[in-house]
Design a protein around this ligand. Structure first.
Ligand SMILES: Nc1ncnc2c1ncn2[C@@H]1O[C@H](COP(=O)(O)OP(=O)(O)OP(=O)(O)O)[C@@H](O)[C@H]1O
Ligand SMILES: [Mg+2]
Length: 403
């Protein structure tokens, strides 16, 4: 019986020692630092924690006052001791707390550590103890910081690129407007040629009549007629200038308009210019829907397309040059097509004609911005589409606009 009891006690002792060894090695070799805290002091810790702070041994580490393990201020500028007290209050209240903290290792290097504090069960005789788990997150935080820096730099780079692109875009618009200005002046000159010729011949005629038929009654009525003709010519000159001035007015808001009005206004500006080149323009107007648009911009689109046709007719010396402009209402908008019989574009370049700076008129200083501006105006400013296709005898531009 005695032997049995002794054997049992020995077995129990072996089990207890085994368990103790097991938990001790678990505590010592754990990948995170572990410490026991009592009365705001570290009373025990594992080797991992000693190594984490770069101390030589546990005795040396435990002799350091906890306040010397942390800088006076945390990165959020809070006082370390105040913040530590805040965390301990949470542990007291809720039994646990998790937070990130900046510590100082033996060499006084800052180190980010994730802290997990657990309030241990208090026994009758012992003081309140806490178990604290320390996880090294220095690498994680530095990678995170680098990533944040990279992201904010990236944002800066993207912003700068967007700004640059907007500037470029502005330059393009300016360049295209300048190129158009010369064209506009030629158009005005053509529009003015006829009325100016009428005025000057009237004046010469009147001078002659006054010399030959002094005090004649017939002369008076003759003068009256000539004056009224001259007046209407001057009105037409003024109208031309007004048309061009309105076209160049910067209009910032959209207005209610329709395709008929847009085409008519564009036509009024080029009529004489095109007539002198014997270009026939036919207008098949079947659209009646109102649209909300930047009228002047759409006039500019028509002018750019018409001007291209005119230039192409001249280069290819087309005899019966003709442009047909047609408008129709479609399900959710309006459609405008401008087709010419100028032979179209060379095979293989149709996909490029809307690209900025694409031009086959380099020797004539073509900027290659005309159709690019059309694309921008239709697509970006009016949410529409513009396409071009070669037909059997020329090219057809087709514009769809929502209403
Ligand atoms: N009606 C057309 N017939 C034949 N080719 C055309 C026609 N319209 C455009 N193109 C071709 O498309 C190219 C691009 O036209 P776009 O208006 O963008 O520039 P550009 O006319 O060359 O230059 P800019 O408009 O500055 O004078 C032209 O160079 C031409 O090759
Ligand atoms: Mg052009």
């Amino acid at each position: 019986m005695e032997i049995l009891c002794i054997t049992l006690i020995i077995c129990l002792c072996v089990v207890v020692i085994y368990k103790q060894q097991f938990y001790k090695s678990l505590y010592q070799d754990f990948t995170d630092g572990i410490s026991i805290i009592s009365e705001n002091k570290i009373i025990d810790c594992n080797d991992t924690l000693v190594k984490l702070f770069g101390y030589d041994n546990k005795k040396e580490f435990l002799s350091v006052h906890p306040l010397n393990l942390t800088p006076a201020f945390q990165p959020d500028n809070s006082l370390s001791c105040d913040k530590a007290q805040e965390m301990m209050d949470i542990v007291e209240k809720t039994g646990k707390c998790k937070f990130d903290w900046v510590f100082l290792d033996k060499e006084q290097n800052e180190k980010w550590i994730e802290i997990d504090i657990l309030k241990l069960k208090k026994t009758f005789f012992s003081k309140q103890k806490f178990c604290m788990v320390w996880r090294d997150i220095d690498l994680r935080v530095s990678v995170q910081k680098k990533l944040e820096n990279f992201n904010s730099n990236l944002e800066d780079i993207v912003h700068q690129e967007i700004k640059k692109n907007k500037e470029k875009e502005k330059q393009l618009v300016k360049q295209s407007k300048l190129a158009q200005l010369g064209e506009m002046i030629s158009m005005i000159a053509h529009q003015w040629r006829q009325p100016l010729a009428i005025i000057s011949s009237s004046v010469i005629d009147l001078q002659m009549k006054m010399v030959l038929q002094k005090n004649d009654k017939k002369l008076l009525s003759y003068v009256e007629k000539h004056l009224s003709d001259t007046e209407s010519c001057i009105a037409s000159l003024t109208e031309t200038i007004d048309d061009f001035r309105n076209f160049y007015k910067p209009i910032k808001s959209m207005q209610q308009t329709d395709l008929s009005l847009i085409v008519t206004k564009a036509y009024a500006m080029i009529e004489s210019y095109f007539k002198t080149c014997n270009i026939e323009i036919l207008f098949d107007d079947k659209s009646s829907k109102k649209i909300t648009a930047f009228e002047n911009e759409l006039i500019q689109v028509c002018l750019n397309i018409l001007q291209n046709s005119r230039e192409n007719f001249l280069v290819k010396e087309i005899e019966k040059s003709q442009i047909i402009i047609s408008t129709t209402d479609i399900e959710d908008g309006v459609s405008l097509s401008i087709c010419d019989n100028g032979g179209g574009v060379t095979h293989g370049i149709i996909d490029k004609i809307f690209d900025p700076y694409f031009s086959t008129k380099y020797e004539k200083n073509g900027t290659g911005l005309g159709l690019y501006m059309c694309l921008k105006i239709v697509k970006e400013h009016h949410n529409g589409t513009i396409t071009a296709a070669n037909t059997k005898d020329g090219i057809c531009f087709s514009i769809l606009l929502p209403n």
